[in-house]
Write a new protein. Structure first.
Length: 87
């Protein structure tokens, strides 16, 4: 369920399929081959894309999931239930 007007904090983060070989932003030794899925993070103004290879994307996503779990735990179950609402 989506709520109108709710901020999407991950909207600048996407999985894209490389249309040509791309370099991993974390290390120029990492390669993203044509046709491979990779993490694309759009940052700055104007937006610039940073590409991350599969291995780096895994680490970034794992860390983000841990961060989200911490946020979820910090917010707590009571407030979470309230946001679902029965009023
Ligand atoms: Zn990489």
């Amino acid at each position: 369920m989506t709520m109108a007007g709710t901020s999407r904090v991950l909207r600048h983060v996407k999985i894209e399929t490389a249309i040509a070989r791309r370099k991993c932003h974390h290390s120029s030794k990492h390669r993203i081959e044509k046709g491979e899925n990779h993490l694309a993070i759009y940052e700055g103004e104007p937006k610039k894309r940073k590409n991350y290879c599969y291995a780096c994307a895994r680490k970034i996503i794992d860390l983000a999931m841990a961060d989200l779990q911490q946020l979820d735990a910090a917010l707590g179950p009571v407030l979470h239930n309230k946001s679902i609402g029965r009023n």
